[in-house]
Design a protein around this ligand. Structure first.
Ligand SMILES: Cc1cc2nc3c(=O)[nH]c(=O)nc-3n(C[C@H](O)[C@H](O)[C@H](O)COP(=O)(O)OP(=O)(O)OC[C@H]3O[C@@H](n4cnc5c(N)ncnc54)[C@H](O)[C@@H]3O)c2cc1C
Ligand code: FES
Length: 285
């Protein structure tokens, strides 16, 4: 993996890196200090950050993630993985929920601050190509990486998004998902907003009429397991993005290994390096 370091502030040009564009897969990873251009509180405990990061933005693909350094003091030590929500010119946007100390510290950053970010990470990305019909299913914070995917698929496929949240208070980005899909099915587990029940039940119902050519999924593990089981049973191609707990984020610590089919056998791959997106039928979850 090639790593190079820069600092980006608004109005500043991207410095020449003088390195060939990438190693494996033609993707170059960079470590950049990028300016937080816009900070938005989406709902309580969930923030959208827009940062200036041209070297990341130019190579980023849907499904890839960033590793953000959350503290300058070395505590917590590890960077925190966060998916790319939107690639917008020179800008990268990501959305995160405050879970523990790391994301709490990140949420304290203010506009104008520099954030140390490494990315784009993960060679296993969502495959964007021409499809007839696709279903994109997400749950909770797992809906965020699906936005850039839907945006890039919009002119290439008939996109139905099934976005599930626990309740009305946790529903985010309805308008944005509507804009990037042909049809949005929004569900809440308790029925406090839009359709009541799990998103997968609506996907299953629609599949009785017409099966999609591809299902893309990201969300909590029980949802991914159900999607994998359904796709396998119905013989529908399916790509799932895993959000395994991570250590280094670059394939060095084995902290994120998953079991993946290899012919008749199995092998272990890193979610951070060979993932986070895998073919559902191949990966054991
Ligand atoms: C590839 C990838 C992409 C991700 N994308 C996003 C994103 O777009 N938006 C977002 O809000 N979060 C995302 N996450 C999860 C995010 O990285 C964690 O919530 C964050 O690292 C928690 O750090 P913390 O220091 O705040 O909490 P910690 O103190 O480290 O943990 C607090 C709690 O969160 C749980 N937790 C930590 N990491 C994870 C995880 N990966 N999955 C489930 N539970 C976890 C812990 O078990 C603990 O209960 C992603 C994770 C991965 C691996
Ligand atoms: S997080 Fe270290 S190998 Fe994946």
């Amino acid at each position: 993996m090639y790593l190079t370091e820069h600092t980006y502030k608004s109005g500043q040009k991207c410095p020449k890196t003088n390195v060939p564009n990438g190693t494996k897969g033609g993707i170059m990873r960079v470590k950049v200090k990028c300016e937080l251009l816009k900070k938005e509180k989406i709902i309580d405990g969930i923030y959208k950050f827009s940062v200036k990061a041209p070297d990341i933005a130019k190579d980023a693909k849907p499904g890839q993630f960033l590793e953000a350094k959350v503290s300058e003091t070395g505590e917590p030590f590890l960077r925190r993985p966060i998916s790319i929500f939107n690639i917008n010119g020179d800008m990268i946007e990501f959305i995160f929920q405050v879970k523990g100390r790391g994301t709490e510290l990140l949420a304290e950053r203010e506009e104008g601050d520099l954030i140390d970010i490494m990315g784009p990470l993960g060679f296993g990305t969502f495959k964007v190509q021409e499809y007839g019909k696709v279903a994109i299913i997400g749950g909770g914070i797992g809906t965020y990486p699906l936005y850039e995917l839907a945006k890039e698929l919009k002119d290439k496929a008939d996109v139905t998004m099934y976005m599930g949240f626990r309740n009305k208070d946790l529903v985010t980005l309805e308008k944005e998902f509507e804009e990037v899909s042909n049809k949005l099915v929004l569900t809440t587990d308790d029925g406090s907003y839009k359709e009541k029940g799990f998103a997968i039940n609506f996907l299953k119902e629609d599949c009785k009429k017409e099966k999609p050519d591809m299902i893309f999924a990201c969300g909590p593990l029980p949802m991914l397991k159900a999607v994998k089981e359904f796709a396998t049973q119905e013989d529908i191609h399916c790509q799932i993005s895993l959000e395994e707990r991570m250590g280094c984020g670059i394939g060095a610590c084995l902290g994120c290994a998953v079991k993946v089919k290899d012919g008749e056998n199995f092998k272990y791959l890193h979610v951070c390096k060979e993932g986070p997106v895998f073919n559902a039928k191949d990966v054991e979850i």
